[in-house]
Design a binder for this molecule. Sequence first.
Ligand code: COA
Length: 160
Amino acid sequence: MLREANEKDLKFLCQIEILATDIYYSAGFSKEEALPRTKENLLELLGEATVIVYEENNIILGYAAWKKHEEHCHLEEISVDPRYQKRGIGSSLIKNNPFRNECKKTTLICYKNAPWAYGLYLKLGFMPLQQIPQELIRIWQEEADRGLDMSKRICMAMYY
Ligand SMILES: CC(C)(COP(=O)(O)OP(=O)(O)OC[C@H]1O[C@@H](n2cnc3c(N)ncnc32)[C@H](O)[C@@H]1OP(=O)(O)O)[C@@H](O)C(=O)NCCC(=O)NCCS
């Protein structure tokens, strides 16, 4: 079942973040490149974004966070508990973008050397962009300021 998240879900969201980030470390990413979102950060996300959880038997197995902007919406985050990955949960969260009827375009930024995410986005119809679109320049700069290696990051967009 998909539903909107609330503060009571924070504990599960924190756990998923820690577990799901391990996929990056196993693939050789450094702590600087991939840090799990903290409780404070997740709380902020709940306030600023629309967070959708995938729940089975009252247990949250994954979540996605979306922000709606004027002309487009942006996938801020998606994470699935590794014990339940590759079962279609990530796809279901993306296909059920809460803004799909309001926005003609969905954007995201990801690591192109993270095939579990990049592959999922390509499969679902996101296109890699050769240039940073105007609407993502601010987020791109914030990531660069945080010290991420932007040569490995890529902007993607899907048009409905
Ligand atoms: C990205 C993520 C959310 C995908 O969740 P998921 O529930 O496993 O996704 P799905 O089961 O819907 O997978 C669909 C497709 O994604 C791709 N995929 C998923 N896991 C993969 C992996 N480990 N390696 C390569 N491709 C993978 C495949 O194309 C897969 O299709 P297939 O099952 O027909 O092969 C999950 O891997 C995750 O939480 N990763 C850690 C956090 C993260 O990287 N978030 C993205 C930040 S940009």
